[in-house]
Design a binder for this molecule. Structure first.
Ligand code: LLP
Length: 421
């Protein structure tokens, strides 16, 4: 459920008409609903109520806007981060460092020093080489780094290949078969405090079966590691639960079903569980608001040319993702349209032969479910401004990222003295 609804024929975000935001800020613009974000947190937390003191660390990569992070920090969430930049954003937004989990295959020495210096809950290590580097850095700082290994359980996640992470040929984690040896080695390193195990098999998962299979393998590993003398206190089960994008498709498993499955599978683990939801909390809490530039005839269906493009919302071009596209002031008429942006690539196509609200030049439309992996993945390709972001809370709203316009972009490219005029 979200808080983007028609009132008097006009799409609102909570109590604010989207047309007002378009008028004031211009388009394209991302709009986020605080009430939806908070609702998602509470639904997820309620789904985990049978677990003892779970740590919910929001996956910052899904949407790293500081106001979004501050909203989740106020709900007492932690953060799952993958870079020094995400660490600093999370801290700037008020996330408690003792709730920060640091993932990623390529953490640099500088990033390790930053997180160790300011504090964190756990590094999720992805290789023995990384464990050695972190131990050296921690030792030099007179610290011990809290760590777990991310294991690769070799399961088929059943999602798009570009967002599957848990099969043997993916770059992520230590193969399950090598895990015992990796822990034995890491236990001999002076700068590490070996406390956990982590897994994450992919994103937009629409079945619980692969998650259950991965968690079951992690449970066996926890037992094996304890037998080998390691004091495993934490199990990080990652993120990945899918969200409904297409109301015409069966919905993915609910947080409640996920929570019940986790409770059953982990009943005898005696570990603190960590969760890293990103999409689940943010996807349906945001829309991309855009204006129709013109309608151009097409061979079969007309092209609806809008002022948002693949640089603003990459998901359709990258993953063939499906986003609902709705008029902000629907007339009730329907049409079949190809929806495209102005960028000079055929990949700049959001939908082909889409049956949707009939709209005309200057009308406003929204892409729904655009709160996660949308603004965070946007770029300035074709020298297009970086899309601004707006946060709504009830009847009030604020720009939470200014439009980075062409003046900013030109100023960021200093000319070498031999080209300066
Ligand atoms: N934890 C780790 C270690 C991850 O790599 C990810 C996502 C998450 C948690 C959060 O997963 P979520 O709950 O959001 O599914 N750009 C793609 C999605 C990439 C996901 C990357 N990792 C998309 O737009 O579909």
């Amino acid at each position: 459920m979200d808080h983007f609804n028609l009132r008097n024929g006009q799409l609102h975000c909570e109590d604010v008409p989207l047309a007002d935001i378009a008028q004031a800020v211009g388009t394209p613009v991302y709009v986020y609903s605080t009430a939806t974000m908070i609702r998602h947190v509470r639904v997820f937390r309620a789904a985990l109520r049978r677990l003892h003191d779970p740590l919910i660390a929001y996956a910052v990569k899904a949407n790293s806007n500081t106001a979004v992070l501050a909203t989740f920090a106020a709900e007492e969430l932690g953060a799952d981060i993958v870079s020094g930049g995400e660490y600093r954003r999370a801290r700037a937004a008020g996330v408690d460092p003792s709730k920060i989990v640091f993932a990623g295959v390529g953490k640099t020495a500088e990033e390790m020093r930053l997180a160790l210096g300011e504090g964190l809950f756990q590094f999720n290590l992805e290789s023995v080489a990384e464990a050695e580097m972190l131990s050296q850095i921690a030792t030099a700082m007179g610290r011990r780094a809290p760590v777990g290994f991310r294991v690769n359980p070799d399961v088929v996640a059943g999602t798009h290949a570009k967002i599957s992470t848990g099969s043997a040929e993916n770059k992520f984690g230590v193969p399950l078969g090598d895990a015992v040896a990796a822990y034995a080695h890491a236990a001999s390193l002076p700068g590490l405090d070996l406390q956990g195990v982590a897994v994450h098999i992919g994103s937009q998962l629409t079945s619980l079966a692969p998650l259950k299979s991965a968690f079951t393998k992690v449970g066996s590993l926890v037992r094996e590691l304890r037998q080998a003398g390691h004091d495993i206190k934490v199990a990080d089960l990652g993120g990945g639960l899918g969200v409904p994008y297409d109301p015409g498709k069966p919905p993915p498993p609910s947080p409640e079903e996920f929570g019940a499955m986790v409770h059953r599978v982990t009943a005898d683990w005696d570990t603190r569980l960590v969760f890293e939801p990103g999409r689940l909390l943010m996807a349906n809490a945001g829309v991309l608001l855009t204006r129709v530039i013109r309608v151009k005839p097409g061979a079969v269906y007309p092209f609806l040319v809008i002022d948002a493009a693949m640089n603003d919302l990459m998901r359709p071009a990258l993953y063939d993702a499906w986003h609902a596209i709705d008029a902000v002031a629907p007339s009730g008429e329907r049409a079949t349209l190809n929806v495209v942006g102005p960028v000079c690539e055929t990949g700049d196509t959001f939908a082909m032969a889409r049956e949707m609200d009939a709209v005309a030049a200057d009308d406003l439309v929204v892409f729904r479910s655009a709160g996660a992996y949308a603004a965070a993945m946007s770029s300035t390709y074709n020298s297009r401004p970086l899309t601004p972001e707006v946060l709504v809370d009830g009847g009030r709203w604020a720009v939470v990222r200014a439009r980075i316009d062409i003046e900013h972009l030109i100023a960021a490219d200093p000319l070498p003295d031999w080209l300066a005029r």
